[in-house]
Design a protein around this ligand. Structure first.
Ligand code: 13P
Ligand code: ZN
Length: 306
Protein backbone atom coordinates (compact mmCIF):
# COMPACT_ATOMS: atom_id res chain seq x y z
CA UNK A 1 0.00 0.00 0.00
CA UNK A 2 1.50 3.38 -0.92
CA UNK A 3 1.85 6.00 1.78
CA UNK A 4 0.31 9.44 1.34
CA UNK A 5 3.36 11.03 3.04
CA UNK A 6 6.02 12.29 0.58
CA UNK A 7 9.55 10.93 1.16
CA UNK A 8 12.54 13.28 1.52
CA UNK A 9 13.29 13.43 -2.22
CA UNK A 10 9.67 14.33 -2.95
CA UNK A 11 9.67 16.82 -0.09
CA UNK A 12 12.73 18.53 -1.54
CA UNK A 13 11.01 18.82 -4.97
CA UNK A 14 7.89 20.18 -3.30
CA UNK A 15 9.95 22.77 -1.39
CA UNK A 16 11.65 23.84 -4.64
CA UNK A 17 8.24 24.31 -6.26
CA UNK A 18 6.89 26.28 -3.29
CA UNK A 19 10.03 28.45 -3.21
CA UNK A 20 9.66 29.24 -6.91
CA UNK A 21 5.99 30.05 -6.48
CA UNK A 22 6.58 32.49 -3.58
CA UNK A 23 9.76 33.88 -5.17
CA UNK A 24 12.41 32.98 -2.61
CA UNK A 25 15.78 31.26 -3.00
CA UNK A 26 15.06 27.51 -2.93
CA UNK A 27 18.52 26.79 -1.44
CA UNK A 28 17.30 28.43 1.72
CA UNK A 29 14.71 25.69 2.18
CA UNK A 30 16.63 22.71 0.89
CA UNK A 31 20.36 23.25 1.58
CA UNK A 32 22.01 21.62 4.60
CA UNK A 33 23.35 24.12 7.15
CA UNK A 34 26.90 25.23 6.30
CA UNK A 35 29.76 23.68 8.32
CA UNK A 36 30.79 27.29 9.07
CA UNK A 37 27.87 27.46 11.49
CA UNK A 38 29.39 24.71 13.62
CA UNK A 39 32.62 26.65 14.28
CA UNK A 40 32.71 27.89 17.90
CA UNK A 41 33.66 31.49 17.11
CA UNK A 42 30.91 31.70 14.48
CA UNK A 43 28.40 30.47 17.04
CA UNK A 44 29.61 33.01 19.60
CA UNK A 45 29.46 35.81 17.04
CA UNK A 46 25.87 34.91 16.21
CA UNK A 47 24.99 34.69 19.91
CA UNK A 48 26.41 38.16 20.59
CA UNK A 49 24.29 39.65 17.81
CA UNK A 50 21.16 38.05 19.31
CA UNK A 51 21.98 39.36 22.81
CA UNK A 52 22.50 42.90 21.47
CA UNK A 53 19.10 42.71 19.81
CA UNK A 54 17.43 41.44 22.99
CA UNK A 55 18.90 44.42 24.91
CA UNK A 56 17.36 46.94 22.51
CA UNK A 57 20.67 48.10 21.05
CA UNK A 58 19.74 47.47 17.39
CA UNK A 59 16.70 49.05 15.79
CA UNK A 60 16.25 47.85 12.20
CA UNK A 61 19.77 47.44 10.70
CA UNK A 62 21.35 49.65 13.39
CA UNK A 63 24.76 48.50 14.60
CA UNK A 64 27.25 45.97 13.30
CA UNK A 65 29.97 43.62 14.51
CA UNK A 66 33.22 42.07 13.34
CA UNK A 67 35.55 39.34 14.55
CA UNK A 68 39.25 39.05 13.66
CA UNK A 69 40.01 35.34 13.21
CA UNK A 70 43.10 33.80 14.80
CA UNK A 71 45.41 32.08 12.26
CA UNK A 72 44.23 28.59 13.30
CA UNK A 73 40.59 29.71 13.08
CA UNK A 74 41.29 31.14 9.63
CA UNK A 75 42.51 27.70 8.47
CA UNK A 76 39.31 26.11 9.78
CA UNK A 77 37.13 28.77 8.21
CA UNK A 78 38.83 28.47 4.80
CA UNK A 79 38.14 24.72 4.90
CA UNK A 80 34.50 25.24 5.93
CA UNK A 81 33.77 28.01 3.40
CA UNK A 82 33.24 25.90 0.32
CA UNK A 83 31.76 28.64 -1.92
CA UNK A 84 33.70 30.32 -4.73
CA UNK A 85 35.27 33.52 -3.36
CA UNK A 86 33.60 36.73 -4.53
CA UNK A 87 35.44 39.45 -6.48
CA UNK A 88 37.97 41.76 -4.81
CA UNK A 89 36.30 45.02 -3.75
CA UNK A 90 38.00 48.19 -2.41
CA UNK A 91 37.64 48.59 1.38
CA UNK A 92 37.65 52.39 1.09
CA UNK A 93 40.72 52.69 3.28
CA UNK A 94 43.90 50.74 3.75
CA UNK A 95 44.87 48.37 6.57
CA UNK A 96 48.28 47.01 5.52
CA UNK A 97 48.88 45.29 8.87
CA UNK A 98 45.77 43.15 8.26
CA UNK A 99 46.80 41.92 4.80
CA UNK A 100 45.65 38.30 4.28
CA UNK A 101 43.60 38.26 7.51
CA UNK A 102 40.03 36.93 7.78
CA UNK A 103 37.06 38.63 9.43
CA UNK A 104 33.56 37.60 10.30
CA UNK A 105 31.34 40.65 9.78
CA UNK A 106 27.67 41.58 9.66
CA UNK A 107 26.20 42.64 6.32
CA UNK A 108 25.20 46.19 5.48
CA UNK A 109 21.48 46.72 5.88
CA UNK A 110 21.07 43.40 7.67
CA UNK A 111 19.09 43.32 10.90
CA UNK A 112 20.89 42.09 14.03
CA UNK A 113 17.61 40.41 14.97
CA UNK A 114 17.92 38.18 11.91
CA UNK A 115 21.51 37.05 12.53
CA UNK A 116 20.55 34.07 14.77
CA UNK A 117 17.51 33.29 12.60
CA UNK A 118 19.31 33.32 9.23
CA UNK A 119 23.07 33.77 9.75
CA UNK A 120 24.07 32.73 6.23
CA UNK A 121 22.08 35.65 4.80
CA UNK A 122 23.07 38.17 7.48
CA UNK A 123 26.82 37.81 8.02
CA UNK A 124 29.88 36.93 5.97
CA UNK A 125 33.47 35.80 6.13
CA UNK A 126 35.68 38.39 4.42
CA UNK A 127 39.33 38.12 3.44
CA UNK A 128 41.58 41.19 3.20
CA UNK A 129 44.04 41.18 0.28
CA UNK A 130 47.82 41.15 0.99
CA UNK A 131 48.09 44.92 0.46
CA UNK A 132 45.21 45.63 2.89
CA UNK A 133 43.26 47.67 0.33
CA UNK A 134 40.55 45.26 -0.88
CA UNK A 135 38.38 42.51 0.51
CA UNK A 136 36.48 39.56 -0.91
CA UNK A 137 33.69 37.43 0.50
CA UNK A 138 34.55 33.77 1.15
CA UNK A 139 31.25 32.75 2.72
CA UNK A 140 27.86 34.14 3.72
CA UNK A 141 25.57 36.95 2.53
CA UNK A 142 23.83 34.14 0.62
CA UNK A 143 21.29 36.44 -0.98
CA UNK A 144 23.87 39.08 -1.91
CA UNK A 145 25.09 42.25 -0.24
CA UNK A 146 28.29 43.54 1.23
CA UNK A 147 29.85 43.94 4.67
CA UNK A 148 28.62 46.72 6.95
CA UNK A 149 29.04 50.29 5.72
CA UNK A 150 31.24 50.74 8.80
CA UNK A 151 33.73 48.12 7.55
CA UNK A 152 36.45 50.83 7.18
CA UNK A 153 36.01 51.75 10.88
CA UNK A 154 35.93 48.10 11.96
CA UNK A 155 39.10 47.26 10.05
CA UNK A 156 41.01 50.39 11.08
CA UNK A 157 40.02 49.73 14.71
CA UNK A 158 41.16 46.10 14.41
CA UNK A 159 44.47 47.23 12.96
CA UNK A 160 45.14 49.62 15.85
CA UNK A 161 43.85 47.36 18.60
CA UNK A 162 45.69 44.32 17.30
CA UNK A 163 48.92 46.33 17.43
CA UNK A 164 48.42 47.91 20.87
CA UNK A 165 47.21 44.67 22.49
CA UNK A 166 49.74 42.38 20.77
CA UNK A 167 46.92 40.55 19.00
CA UNK A 168 44.67 40.05 22.05
CA UNK A 169 41.80 42.27 20.80
CA UNK A 170 39.55 40.32 18.40
CA UNK A 171 36.06 41.85 18.54
CA UNK A 172 34.76 45.24 17.39
CA UNK A 173 31.11 45.83 18.22
CA UNK A 174 29.00 48.85 17.25
CA UNK A 175 25.51 49.53 18.59
CA UNK A 176 23.00 52.34 19.06
CA UNK A 177 22.34 52.23 22.84
CA UNK A 178 19.62 54.85 23.42
CA UNK A 179 20.60 56.39 26.73
CA UNK A 180 24.24 56.84 25.79
CA UNK A 181 23.11 58.51 22.55
CA UNK A 182 20.84 60.80 24.61
CA UNK A 183 23.83 61.73 26.77
CA UNK A 184 25.65 63.05 23.68
CA UNK A 185 23.07 65.88 23.58
CA UNK A 186 23.66 67.04 27.14
CA UNK A 187 27.36 66.53 27.95
CA UNK A 188 30.28 68.35 26.31
CA UNK A 189 31.63 66.14 23.51
CA UNK A 190 34.94 65.59 25.29
CA UNK A 191 36.64 62.42 26.51
CA UNK A 192 37.05 63.84 30.00
CA UNK A 193 33.40 64.87 30.40
CA UNK A 194 32.10 61.44 29.31
CA UNK A 195 34.70 59.52 31.29
CA UNK A 196 33.99 61.39 34.52
CA UNK A 197 30.21 61.30 34.09
CA UNK A 198 30.12 57.56 33.38
CA UNK A 199 32.72 56.51 35.97
CA UNK A 200 30.72 58.33 38.63
CA UNK A 201 27.54 56.29 38.07
CA UNK A 202 28.67 52.85 39.25
CA UNK A 203 31.79 51.87 41.20
CA UNK A 204 32.53 49.08 38.69
CA UNK A 205 32.81 51.54 35.78
CA UNK A 206 36.40 52.66 36.46
CA UNK A 207 37.28 48.97 36.83
CA UNK A 208 35.69 48.03 33.49
CA UNK A 209 37.00 51.02 31.51
CA UNK A 210 39.87 52.45 33.60
CA UNK A 211 41.45 54.01 30.50
CA UNK A 212 38.31 56.19 30.10
CA UNK A 213 36.12 56.62 27.05
CA UNK A 214 36.77 58.49 23.79
CA UNK A 215 34.33 60.78 22.00
CA UNK A 216 34.08 61.51 18.28
CA UNK A 217 32.16 64.70 17.40
CA UNK A 218 29.21 64.28 15.05
CA UNK A 219 30.41 63.11 11.65
CA UNK A 220 28.87 61.48 8.60
CA UNK A 221 29.09 57.72 9.25
CA UNK A 222 30.12 55.00 6.85
CA UNK A 223 33.34 56.39 5.44
CA UNK A 224 37.07 56.73 5.88
CA UNK A 225 37.05 60.06 7.77
CA UNK A 226 35.08 58.77 10.74
CA UNK A 227 37.15 55.57 10.62
CA UNK A 228 40.36 57.59 10.93
CA UNK A 229 39.03 59.64 13.88
CA UNK A 230 37.73 56.55 15.68
CA UNK A 231 40.85 54.48 15.19
CA UNK A 232 43.02 57.33 16.52
CA UNK A 233 41.04 57.18 19.77
CA UNK A 234 41.27 53.38 19.81
CA UNK A 235 45.03 53.78 20.37
CA UNK A 236 44.13 54.83 23.91
CA UNK A 237 40.57 53.65 24.58
CA UNK A 238 38.56 50.43 24.22
CA UNK A 239 35.26 52.29 23.88
CA UNK A 240 34.52 55.23 21.61
CA UNK A 241 31.26 57.20 21.52
CA UNK A 242 29.98 58.60 18.24
CA UNK A 243 28.02 61.76 19.02
CA UNK A 244 24.29 61.44 18.27
CA UNK A 245 24.89 57.97 16.86
CA UNK A 246 26.20 55.20 19.14
CA UNK A 247 29.20 53.40 20.58
CA UNK A 248 32.10 51.28 19.32
CA UNK A 249 33.55 48.70 21.73
CA UNK A 250 36.79 46.80 21.22
CA UNK A 251 37.49 43.67 23.24
CA UNK A 252 39.39 40.39 23.45
CA UNK A 253 36.16 38.35 23.59
CA UNK A 254 32.50 38.51 22.62
CA UNK A 255 31.52 38.52 26.30
CA UNK A 256 33.71 41.52 27.04
CA UNK A 257 32.55 43.45 23.97
CA UNK A 258 28.93 42.97 25.01
CA UNK A 259 29.84 43.56 28.67
CA UNK A 260 31.36 46.94 27.83
CA UNK A 261 28.39 47.96 25.68
CA UNK A 262 25.94 46.95 28.42
CA UNK A 263 27.91 48.58 31.25
CA UNK A 264 28.32 51.89 29.43
CA UNK A 265 24.65 51.99 28.43
CA UNK A 266 23.63 51.20 32.02
CA UNK A 267 25.94 53.93 33.33
CA UNK A 268 24.31 56.42 30.93
CA UNK A 269 20.93 55.30 32.23
CA UNK A 270 21.94 55.86 35.85
CA UNK A 271 23.24 59.33 34.89
CA UNK A 272 19.83 60.06 33.37
CA UNK A 273 17.99 58.75 36.45
CA UNK A 274 20.05 60.92 38.79
CA UNK A 275 19.78 64.01 36.62
CA UNK A 276 16.04 63.52 36.16
CA UNK A 277 15.81 64.18 39.91
CA UNK A 278 18.47 66.84 40.46
CA UNK A 279 20.96 69.02 38.59
CA UNK A 280 23.26 68.91 41.59
CA UNK A 281 23.74 65.41 43.05
CA UNK A 282 24.72 65.62 46.71
CA UNK A 283 27.64 63.19 46.46
CA UNK A 284 29.59 60.85 44.21
CA UNK A 285 32.91 59.01 43.90
CA UNK A 286 35.91 61.22 44.78
CA UNK A 287 39.27 61.46 43.01
CA UNK A 288 40.87 59.66 45.94
CA UNK A 289 38.19 57.02 45.56
CA UNK A 290 39.25 56.45 41.92
CA UNK A 291 42.90 56.28 42.99
CA UNK A 292 41.98 53.67 45.64
CA UNK A 293 40.06 51.63 43.03
CA UNK A 294 43.12 51.77 40.76
CA UNK A 295 45.31 50.49 43.58
CA UNK A 296 43.03 47.73 44.87
CA UNK A 297 41.85 46.46 41.48
CA UNK A 298 45.30 46.87 39.89
CA UNK A 299 44.02 49.02 37.05
CA UNK A 300 45.64 52.19 35.80
CA UNK A 301 43.45 55.26 36.31
CA UNK A 302 45.02 58.08 34.22
CA UNK A 303 45.82 61.09 36.44
CA UNK A 304 44.72 63.44 33.66
CA UNK A 305 41.10 62.51 34.40
CA UNK A 306 41.38 63.36 38.11
P1 13P B 1 25.04 48.90 8.30
O1 13P B 1 23.67 48.32 8.08
O2 13P B 1 25.73 49.27 7.01
O3 13P B 1 25.87 48.00 9.19
O4 13P B 1 24.85 50.28 9.06
C1 13P B 1 24.28 50.34 10.33
C2 13P B 1 24.91 51.37 11.18
O5 13P B 1 24.75 51.32 12.38
C3 13P B 1 25.72 52.44 10.55
O6 13P B 1 26.45 53.14 11.52
ZN1 ZN C 1 25.58 53.01 13.54
Amino acid sequence: MSSSNPDFAQLSILLQQVAERVGINADRLTAAPSPMLALPFVREFIRMCGIGDSLGFHERNGGNASYHLLPEEADLARAAAVNEPGPWIPIGTSVPELGGHLFLVTGSGKFMRNVPYDPEASICLAEVNPAGTDYRILWGLRDGGRPTSEFPTHLMNHEVKSRVTQGACRVIYHAHPPQLIALTYVLPLEDRAFTRALWNTMTECPVIFPEGIGVVRWMVPGGRDIAVETSKLMERYNNVVWAHHGLFCAADSFDNAMGQMETIEKAARIWMLVHAVTDKPLQGITDDGYRAIGRDFRVEIPERFL
